[in-house]
Design a protein around this ligand. Structure first.
Ligand code: RUB
Length: 367
């Protein structure tokens, strides 16, 4: 992604690996501060995932893979038995960071498999190579989703998106934002409605920032405004990302996605989910099998931002001791989804079949 920081243009991924260190844009501080975090150990990386310095299914997956690579590097001087115990401890820690985005579990499984054969040195080399490959796979998937999704976007389209499924969430052009970037770069005149996405406000803080960086015309809207614009005929297409897609197409994504899908159906607006094969989970037959992360009441009761003098601060917006519920995700039933924009094309219903076929392509490729 290209970012302009204090007048200087930089090309960088949302996160990357430098030997044992993992570097990432600290997404908790955007758009007010741009800082790169350096994480020296798998436990620091696990904490960054847990605390959402890195977030978005794709980026979480890459971070978890890097975490395993870090663990193998941290343990490279140990005897095989101790090495295995150390890596297994790291696996347990990383698996417990966030429950919903399946990319995290797929990435860990891939790196653990890579680290399961040979001498300690060979295991370290293969785990690191596999972690790096996951990032490169996402890069490739992002390009493909951009191309396939762009074909669904007409000139003068007005597109709604929810949460942040951009380059911050998925190397390197995003998932849901990839088709939008490609459409804009190809000269189509498009306009994006970015949902604010309470409680963490990923739309306000991250999507709006990314669209501004890219020069895509957009407006930030509060979450409750989407139906208003849909009903007025001002939205032609909805594209969102996904954290986990069940075998029947039911899709977990940021809380509020389900409402947008139902509203889109009511208003005859196509509703697409952009996600690579890494986000599909055949082990979940339906959306009922997807674990939904319950997050801290603090996210509902407090908001972060800057005051008029640019001082970064947290303010409370509800009364002391307010009771809250804070599910991080919801599940959109497959029947509301017009299609999945994946790295192997646009999948259409019936999803049980099209998803099975798409995942089979992966198997026959030997990936
Ligand atoms: C992020 C979120 C994103 C998906 C898609 O939730 O719901 O829409 O993860 O991401 P959170 P990607 O901010 O809680 O992680 O583009 O990486 O597939």
């Amino acid at each position: 992604m290209r970012v302009n920081i204090n007048g200087e243009t930089k090309e960088l991924w949302t996160l990357w690996r430098e030997g044992v260190d993992v570097k990432m844009i600290d997404q908790r501080l955007l758009p007010h501060k741009f800082e790169i975090l350096t994480l020296h150990s798998y436990s620091e990386t696990a904490e960054a995932i847990r605390d959402m310095a890195v977030r978005g299914a794709g980026a979480i997956g890459v971070a978890a893979g890097y975490g395993i690579a870090q663990a193998t590097l941290e343990a490279k001087g140990m005897k095989l038995e101790d090495f295995q115990a150390f890596v297994s401890e790291a696996t347990n820690t990383l698996r417990k960071t966030r429950p919903t985005a399946v990319n995290l579990f797929h990435a860990i499984d891939r790196c653990i498999k890579a680290a399961s054969m040979g001498t300690v040195t060979e295991r370290v080399v293969s785990a690191c190579a596999e972690a790096d490959r996951i990032a490169l796979d996402d890069l490739e998937a992002s390009k493909k989703m951009g191309e396939y999704g762009n074909a669904l976007i007409g000139d003068r389209y007005r597109i709604l998106t929810h949460c942040n499924a951009g380059a911050l969430a998925f190397i390197d052009n995003g998932s849901a934002l990839a088709p939008i970037r490609v459409a804009h770069r190809s000269g189509k005149s498009i306009f994006v409605y970015a949902d604010e996405t309470r409680p963490r406000s990923q739309g306000a803080k991250l999507t709006a920032w990314e669209l501004k960086q890219e020069g895509v015309p957009y407006a930030l809207i509060v979450d409750n405004a989407a139906g208003h614009y849909m009903r007025r005929g001002e939205i032609d297409l909805v594209i969102v990302g996904a954290d986990r897609i069940a075998a029947n197409g039911d899709t977990a994504n940021k809380i509020g996605t389900y409402e947008k899908a139902v509203l889109a159906r009511e208003n005859d607006i196509p509703f697409y989910v952009a996600a690579p094969r890494m986000t599909f989970d055949n082990k979940c037959p339906t959306g009922k099998d997807i674990e939904i992360e319950e997050r801290s009441p603090d996210e509902v009761n407090w908001v972060w931002g800057v005051d008029e003098d640019g001082v970064y601060m947290r303010v409370r917006i509800s009364a002391e001791a307010t009771t809250t519920l804070n599910p991080g995700f919801d599940v959109t039933p497959a029947k509301y989804i017009t299609g999945f924009i994946t790295d192997v094309g646009v999948l259409k219903p019936p999803y049980s079949r099209s998803i099975r076929e798409a995942l089979h392509i992966e198997k026959s490729n030997g990936n």
